[in-house]
Design a binder for this molecule. Structure first.
Ligand SMILES: Nc1nc2c(c(=O)[nH]1)N[C@H]1C(S)=C(S)[C@@H](COP(=O)(O)O)O[C@H]1N2
Ligand SMILES: [Mo]
Length: 339
């Protein structure tokens, strides 16, 4: 029996409950990054819950399976609204023409990948104990001026701007989101990247007391990496806010990476350390599933995932299907790096 066998009865999108993970590295792969399905309606969940349990128990079950109303998913907090006076920042049109409508703010907040908290998409329901302030980001490794930025210093060290980017998850869902932040390049230039550097490693937080899934057997903390050229690209962005406000917890408060021409998992959330190094780093998903999640992972409709096509994508909220574009439509900025 193949370990990557598809378990179709279980595809409930963001509304299903947590998956018990006794043997995390030996589970069907679709539990690791589950495929997606249209979100059942609230009424349908109620019907399922009622059928299974009946009466008051149904209400209890519904509490754990419910998709989440707009108010609920948008009020998970930003941890003190750091730099609240800096938002909204002016949008930069040159970096904001995606040719697609913006995803609804609540639809983006309802459907997230944040494995520290849950293997479902309903991260909004699991981030309550996460406390992203105070926070600091260490810039370290092969740089002339290593530094630990306190969050407030980081928010004011570089002018904030807004950019509307496409985001394409390797699971074939996609969204169009306005991020606020600054180019990673600005931070790296200020630090002074030494000549021997080849890669940049991004490390997320490690707080099992605040993030339940971090007590389970995965290679925490979440790490990601880019080449120095990719890190210095015009598009590579450090986001501190989303939809004109400070970052929601489930989107990676208080600071996250955004690398829009790569599959979503390359954009590490809640980053605490940015390290310039001289070798290709091990990364979270590449360690968990090396045959499914490559290090480079540029969006490419012609290269299928081992278990599904990457030719098209489903837009969050509307469910609309769109053709996937090479480099997620950002070839003009990035193709030259991959000659
Ligand atoms: N630390 C951390 N960063 C992460 C993830 C994660 O589980 N943990 N998931 C990744 C994946 S698979 C995607 S698609 C994007 C999703 O970002 P969003 O939930 O804000 O849409 O975040 C990425 N960054
Ligand atoms: Mo993803």
């Amino acid at each position: 029996m193949s370990p990557i066998r598809r378990r179709v009865w279980y595809s409930g999108g963001d509304a299903r409950g947590d998956t018990p993970m006794s043997q995390p590295f030996d589970r069907p792969r679709n539990e690791i990054t589950p495929e997606d399905a249209p979100r059942p309606t609230r009424r349908r969940w109620l019907a399922i819950a009622a059928g299974l349990a009946g009466g008051g128990a149904a209400a209890g079950l519904y509490h754990f399976l419910r998709p989440g109303g707009d108010d609920e998913v948008l009020n998970t907090g930003t941890g003190g609204d750091p730099g609240g006076d800096l938002y909204p920042a002016a949008r930069v049109p040159a970096f904001s023409d995606t040719g697609r409508p913006l995803t609804d703010r609540a639809d983006a907040a309802r459907h997230c990948n944040f494995y520290e908290f849950t293997s479902t998409k309903a991260a909004w329901r699991h981030v309550g104990a996460f406390n992203p302030t105070p926070w600091s980001v260490e810039v370290a490794g092969l740089v002339d001026a290593p530094r630990v930025y306190d969050l407030d210093d980081l928010l004011r060290a570089f002018p904030l701007e807004e950019r509307v980017y496409r985001m394409r998850c390797v699971e074939a869902w996609a969204m169009v989101v306005p991020w606020t932040g600054f180019p990673l390049r600005a931070l790296l230039r200020k630090a002074g990247v030494k000549a021997a550097a080849t890669h940049v490693r991004f490390t997320s937080f490690n707080r099992p007391a605040e993030a339940a899934n971090q007590s389970r057997g995965f290679p925490w903390p979440y790490t990601e990496g880019l080449t120095v050229a990719e890190a210095m690209n015009d598009l590579t962005f450090i986001a501190t806010g989303v939809y004109g406000r400070s970052m929601l917890k489930q989107h990676g408060a208080p600071v996250r990476l955004v690398v829009p021409w790569k599959y979503g998992f390359k954009s590490g959330k809640s980053v605490t350390r940015i390290e310039v190094i001289d070798s290709r780093p091990a990364t979270f998903w590449n360690t968990v599933g090396p045959h499914e999640y490559g290090f480079e992972s540029n969006v490419d409709p012609a290269v299928p995932h081992p278990r599904w096509s990457q030719a098209s994508e489903r837009m969050l909220g509307t469910g609309e299907s769109r053709p996937t574009e090479k480099y997620n439509g950002y070839g003009e900025w990035v193709a030259k790096m991959y000659g």
